[in-house]
Structure formats: structure tokens, C-alpha cells
Design a protein around this ligand. Structure first.
Ligand SMILES: [Zn+2]
Length: 370
């Protein structure tokens, strides 16, 4: 069994500048590091190194995507605006999405790393894989960046690989705590991509990620949003998988499963209000591997999105990589017993009610699917 791993040093050099968490520094709060900085990614990479796991994985090289690749999803005018700003001193991709000199090339590498891991899975060179990329991508829309994302890494990778491999159906399961609005928008009218997003209700983007957003035209029924109340823990997410994600995948029968993977639904995250721990991410990975084995020859890949706890993202990431590779290292997550013991980890009645509403969408997604 071979598990792919993509990382590039330049991912860490994407510059988001100083901020008050993610707002522009002002004269009321001392500027500090922007919430989306290199530390979480670097420390995930570092823990992979010291655990000895990296060297046992199949390294997948980043190959930058071209402007034409980006244009499979994005407007040319938008792509060129980012390129022009990046060639100068950087700028903002719209709102709260700062970037520095050279970020265009780094973003092309990030989309390219995602595309390369997907290509390797589809070619059978690896069984599954993870692209630890930066900047993230799942908020980026056709003509604007959003929420720290410049380009849609996953949409670009899917569209580029579809042109090469000609697969018929892809399912995305976005477990980042924020709504995967960009991935949803990319395939909103496209029944060949089932997009599922599990996120904190009403978090980000505002006014986005509701049950009623089900797709349009031929794509109607092929977008499933699972907005959850703040405070959900392990039990709620397990219920989402059991009642929504796995039945939807079984009905859809994808050729490939793609996870926009954010670790900001963890109990330690400063930007989310959920309570997951490394054991939750390990179990969600196991369930998706099982689904992929049953449905599509095990073809599963993940592309890194959010996750802002520099102390905890590495442990969540390592758990996912151990599960994907089937290799257990001797590293223990020191936070695990603490977070597992938090009150409210089991499924709560109001959470079950929210999940039941999303469950109704699965039956709808079945109609006209065959
Ligand atoms: Zn996020």
C-alpha cells in the first residue's frame, strides 16, 4: 500500500503579513501574526518528519499549474490581477485575503500539488494521498479570492484531471469548519461532482452553506450542506458520517473521493467553535477509506485547507496520515485525553435535529443520479 505526500518549502513562504488575527492592524490592537500563517503547516510537516512517517510515504512532487489550468475554474481577468499584484508587492485578493510578492507562483504550486496527488491516485501510482498545500483554496470563487484563499486548489485539480483521466464522478467531502463555498460554486450546476460540506452554521462566509443550497439545473441535488450548531464534538461528526456522508457516497458511487481537509473543527482552534480531536479525524479518515474501498477502488485524496492551532493541527494531521498509510508511529497526542473528556462530546439532541435536516437531502441527491 502506497500513500502519497506532497509538500513544498515555498508553501511556507506565502506571505500574509501582520494582522489582528485576520483584520488589518489598527491603532487599537498591537499587530501580530495573521491567523493564516506558515506555522501550522510547518509544524504538521515537522511532526511528520520526527515521527519517521514522511520517509515511509511516496513523495509526490509539486508541478505548478498554468494560467490555462487556473482558467478551467477562474476568470482570466482575476487570474491576471493576482499575477500583476504578486509581481509587484502583493495585495488583497478581495477581502481579508492578503498576499505578498510571489504568492501567485506559490498558489500555482499549491493547486499543482493537489492536482499531482490526484493524478497519482487516478494513475494508480499511489493508493491514496495528502497534499499539505498553502495557500488554501476552498473559499476562492471564480472571480475573487476569499477567506485566505487565492485559487480553488480542489476545483482546479478536479477539472485538470478530468480532462486527462476522463472520470465520470467525483465526490468532495469538506470537513473544514468553514463552508466550502468555492468548491460548491465551481460545481453547482454539474452533476458529475457531488459536493458535501460539513461546517459550523453561520460562521464563514456569512450567508452561505445552508441546506437550501442544493445545486441548480442538472446539478440540482448534487450539493449537500451540513451546517452544524457551534459546539459539536466527536459524536455529532460521527452521526453526520453515518447518516449523511456515507449514505450520500454510497448512492452517488464516485470514481474518486476528495477531501478539502481543514483541522479548524478541532477543540483547540481559534477560528472555529467545534470540539474534534485527533481521534475524530482518524475515524473520519477510516470511514472514508472504507467507503472508497467499497465504491472506487480505494481512490481517496486530501488537500489541506484551514486549521489555525499551531499546537494541535500537527497531531490531527499525523492521525490522518497514520490512518491513510496504515502505519502507526509511536507518537501520542498529548491533548487527546483532555479533549475526549470534554463535556458535550456525545451527540446532543439539538445537534441530531440539525443532522436530520441534512439527512433529508441525501434522498433527494439520489433522484436522477443513475
Ligand atoms: Zn476553515
Amino acid at each position: 500500500m502506497a500513500t502519497g505526500w506532497n509538500f513544498h518549502e515555498l508553501y511556507l513562504w506565502h506571505e500574509t503579513g501582520n494582522a489582528a488575527q485576520f483584520f488589518q492592524p489598527s491603532l487599537t490592537i498591537e499587530p501580530g501574526e495573521h491567523a493564516e500563517n506558515a506555522a501550522t503547516k510547518r509544524r504538521f510537516r515537522n511532526l511528520m518528519e520526527v515521527s519517521g512517517l514522511t520517509e515511509r510515504l511516496s513523495k509526490v512532487a509539486s508541478v505548478a499549474v498554468s494560467e490555462d489550468d487556473l482558467a478551467l475554474f477562474h476568470d482570466r481577468d482575476y487570474i491576471r490581477r493576482i499575477k500583476t499584484l504578486s509581481d509587484e508587492r502583493g495585495g488583497d485578493a478581495s477581502y481579508l485575503t492578503p498576499f505578498g510578492h510571489g504568492s501567485y507562483e506559490i498558489a500555482c504550486l499549491a493547486a499543482g500539488g493537489t492536482a499531482a496527488v490526484m493524478d497519482a491516485v487516478l494513475s494508480g501510482d499511489i493508493d491514496n494521498g495528502y497534499a499539505l498545500v498553502r495557500p488554501p483554496g476552498h473559499h476562492a470563487e471564480r472571480a475573487q479570492g476569499l477567506g485566505f484563499c487565492l485559487f480553488g486548489n480542489v476545483p482546479v485539480a478536479i477539472l485538470k484531471n478530468r480532462a486527462k483521466h476522463g472520470f465520470e464522478r467525483v465526490a468532495t467531502v469538506d470537513w473544514d469548519v468553514h463552508h466550502g463555498n468555492g468548491t460548491q460554486a465551481a460545481f453547482y450546476a454539474d452533476p458529475s461532482v457531488l459536493t458535501i460540506s460539513i461546517h459550523q452554521d453561520g460562521l464563514y462566509p456569512p450567508d452561505s452553506g445552508f441546506h437550501k443550497e442544493r445545486g441548480e439545473g442538472k446539478g440540482e441535488g448534487y450539493n449537500i450542506n451540513v451546517p452544524l450548531p457551534a459546539g459539536c464534538g466527536h459524536g455529532a461528526y460521527m452521526s453526520v458520517f453515518e447518516r449523511v456522508v456515507l449514505p450520500a457516497l454510497t448512492r452517488y458511487k464516485p470514481d474518486l473521493i476528495v477531501v478539502p481537509s481543514g483541522f479548524d473543527a478541532s477543540a483547540a482552534d481559534p477560528l472555529g467553535r467545534m470540539m474534534l480531536h485527533s481521534g475524530s479525524y482518524r475515524e473520519m479518515t477510516r470511514l472514508l477509506m472504507q467507503a472508497a474501498d467499497n465504491l472506487c477502488g480505494g481512490r481517496l485524496m486530501m488537500s489541506h485547507e484551514g486549521g489555525y492551532s499551531a499546537a494541535y493541527v500537527p497531531y490531527c494531521g499525523l492521525a490522518v496520515m497514520e490512518q491513510l498509510s496504515g502505519i502507526r508511529t509511536d507518537i501520542d497526542d498529548p491533548f487527546l485525553p483532555v479533549f475526549e473528556a470534554y463535556a458535550g462530546q456525545p451527540l446532543q439532541p439539538h445537534q441530531a435535529a440539525a443532522i436530520a435536516r441534512a439527512e433529508e437531502l441525501v434522498a433527494v441527491s439520489d433522484s436522477g443520479c443513475e
